[in-house]
Design a protein around this ligand. Structure first.
Ligand code: AMP
Ligand code: MG
Length: 408
């Protein structure tokens, strides 16, 4: 079987999901709880922002542009929430506060710092131009503007926009159910002492659940399954009845005890890939009835990288997102030589650092084998080394991708 490139597999997964036209049901949530959820309907503005012509400053509104030295009689006051009931009189002015409606006839606002108050009049210390310090009705958002589109992963700035438009409850896609299973006779549950030296703590399932908890999904913990076809078949069959997505760890390479692929195959369809990526060559995905299936290799670092490369975007798409943001990537200079064999894209765990001149440097965060969990924890990003590249000397410009968690 020839190797599939990273971008080929990403495109394939995307195409399968697009083709299914899968969309979760819609529910509404309070606007403050909608960040990180996927918007399910376009939002069209029911009002103007600003809602009227509004003063941007504390000062005086005049009926026209005016010269320095001109004098204006103060006719009254307009405060936020307490507008002036009349027009701005000709030859007069109205004292006005930030956020207050500019009364009809107001052409500009002069800052209170730029006038001299004399009894009930003001004298301008500098000229005023028409339009100064007025925020015009609808200049930011006009009634009928489509401000957000269905499929948007809502950000906190969107919450500001929605609340400013008076939206109290937001239509979002419901959280999809994602079930997680780890496989392996050697696995042992963290929090309990291991009895034998051949037992390995199940880090993958807990890592997956932690990562899923950052997405708008409901996590179903299926625990561990032994390397046994009947057992795995039973768990997956049950999971496929309840979950929208099942993710397993382990048992997808071509080894004697790798029953997971066989089990998924019996329950549905499966695509098996040898991906031209390091770490994590084997990757499978498929469907059991209406449940999507992703199978990660057991080596912890391979699973970690595989989730980033192939599962995260797929989950966002299944959550209803239409325009999934791509990871932040930029160039950095290698501060040391890096070993690499041509033929696979290396996703190396790295330490990225911004230098005094603003440029970025990168170095591996230690050895790069796929069991090196401390090295991922020490890293603050990936270096993405192209498929065809061999060993790279210090000074080479490489593409890096910071871990968003590592930068505030
Ligand atoms: P596998 O993909 O099942 O052949 O596993 C490859 C390697 O990953 C083996 O050394 C396993 O012990 C290890 N491994 C598999 N599953 C896990 C897991 N859930 N947590 C930690 N290590 C694992
Ligand atoms: Mg295994």
């Amino acid at each position: 079987m020839s190797l599939t490139s990273v971008t080929e597999l990403q495109t394939l997964i995307r195409a399968h999901i697009d083709k299914s036209k899968y969309r979760p049901e819609i529910e509404t949530v309070a606007v403050a709880c909608a960040a990180g959820r996927v918007l399910a309907q376009d939002i069209t503005s029911p009002l103007n922002i600003p809602c009227a012509d509004i003063s941007a400053m504390d000062g005086y509104t005049l009926p026209a542009a005016a010269e320095a030295g001109s004098r204006w009689q103060v006719a009254g006051e307009s405060a936020a929430g307490k507008p002036f009931a009349d027009n701005v009189p000709e030859g007069g002015c109205v004292r006005i506060m930030t956020g207050a409606v500019v009364p009809t006839g107001g052409a500009c606002v002069v800052l209170k710092e730029n006038v001299t108050v004399e009894e009930n009049s003001i004298v301008l210390n500098q000229a005023a131009r028409a339009g100064d310090n007025i925020r015009y009705c609808g200049e930011e958002v006009a009634i009928g503007n489509t401000v957000l589109q269905a499929g948007r992963i809502l950000r906190t700035a969107d919450i500001m926009l929605l609340a400013a438009l008076g939206v109290g409850e937001v239509p979002v896609y419901r959280k999809i159910k994602v079930a997680v299973l780890s496989t392996g006779d050697e696995l042992h549950e963290p929090g309990t002492p291991v009895g034998r030296s051949d037992q390995v703590y199940d880090s993958n399932r807990h890592t997956l659940m932690a990562r899923l908890n950052l997405l708008p999904v409901e996590v179903l913990d299926l625990g561990q399954a032994a390397d046994d076809l009947e057992g795995v078949l039973h768990v997956l069959d049950e999971a496929a009845q309840q979950a929208d997505v099942v993710i397993t760890s382990g048992g997808v390479s071509v080894g004697d005890y790798d029953y997971v692929r066989e089990a998924v195959l019996r329950l549905g369809a499966i695509h098996h890939y040898k991906v031209a990526v390091k770490p994590g060559k084997p990757f499978v995905f498929g469907k059991m009835l209406n449940t999507w299936y992703f199978g990660l290799p057991g080596n912890p670092v391979s699973g970690f990288v595989g989730f980033d490369l192939f599962i995260k975007e797929a989950l966002w798409l299944l959550c209803g997102a239409t325009d999934v943001p791509q990871p932040l990537r930029f160039s950095a200079v290698l501060t040391q030589p890096v070993k690499k064999s041509p033929g696979r894209t290396d996703i190396q765990r790295a330490l990225l650092q911004q230098e005094a001149d603003g440029s970025w440097s990168a170095a591996p965060s230690g050895a790069q084998d796929s069991h090196r969990v401390w090295g991922v924890s020490r890293a603050n990003g990936y270096m993405i080394l192209p498929c065809e590249a061999g060993d790279l000397p210090a000074g080479t410009l490489v593409t890096v991708q910071p871990f968003t968690e590592a930068f505030l």
